[in-house]
Design a protein around this ligand. Structure first.
Ligand code: G3P
Ligand code: CA
Length: 231
């Protein structure tokens, strides 16, 4: 089972920071997950719509200027990271899951993403792009059919085949609160991987492994890799 450091190793370092991503890989993660917004001509890495919780700034991310975001401290003196900086922390052969929280427009997002991959030498084949915004994902699949798409959901949908086939994603990224063995099996029958978020407790990590889940997002990648190594 793949281990993704959720917002980096965010149980041990400030979330969505370069230090948290680096630590995630040092703790044995297969990949990192982080959250993004499109601001001016950059994709920036931060979870909340508002700056208050994770930075020393105020206001909405989407209303902020890049120079303001770069003047803030998200932990350890780091400013709000740019996508290319986050991608730079991913070792060769490892993965990242870019969660889109908001875009200005899918076309500009795709162009910034392409530049960030070039700047950082990140292989696009090792990137999963996920979002709760499914129309954005559908537009992206038309622009970049090569990208691995993660269909994010916090719901156990009424009609799983219809829900999944509407997008034909690479993976379905499901909330721990709604996942079950029948759901995992149903998604697998449709030819998709199942990733589950956010799985921190040892009992849940082992349960996901027993259910045949392909990967988990966890704030504690060291805990997960240690537990699974003992299985
Ligand atoms: O990508 C899985 C998970 O990160 C989605 O929820 O709120 O932690 O971004 P959230
Ligand atoms: Ca996320």
């Amino acid at each position: 089972m793949d281990i993704f450091a959720h917002r980096g190793a965010s149980g041990a370092a400030p979330e969505n920071t370069l230090q948290a991503f680096t630590l995630g890989f040092a703790h044995g993660a297969t990949g990192v997950e982080f959250d993004t917004y499109e601001v001016e001509d950059k994709i920036v890495v931060i979870h909340d719509r508002h700056l208050n919780r994770t930075t020393n700034g105020t206001g909405r991310v989407e209303n902020a200027t890049l120079s303001y975001l770069r003047s803030l401290n998200v932990g350890g003196g780091e400013p709000v990271p740019f996508l290319e900086e986050a991608l730079n922390t991913v070792p060769e052969g490892k993965y990242c899951n870019i969660e889109i929280k908001a875009v200005r427009c899918v076309e500009s997002w795709a162009s910034i993403f392409e530049q960030a991959c070039e700047t950082s030498a990140m292989a696009a084949e090792n990137v999963i792009v996920s979002s709760f915004n499914h129309p954005v994902l559908r537009k992206l699949t038309r622009l970049r059919p090569d990208l691995k798409i993660g269909l994010l959901t916090a719901s156990y949908e009424l009609d799983i085949p219809t829900f999944v086939k509407a997008l034909n994603p690479w993976s379905v990224n499901v909330a721990l609160d709604v996942v079950s063995q029948p759901l995992v099996d149903a998604i697998h029958r449709l030819g998709c991987r199942v990733f589950v978020y956010t799985v921190d407790m040892p009992e849940d990590i082992l349960l996901m492994n027993n259910w045949g889940v392909d990967g988990i997002f966890t704030n504690y990648p060291k805990r997960a890799t240690t537990l699974l190594a003992a299985c």
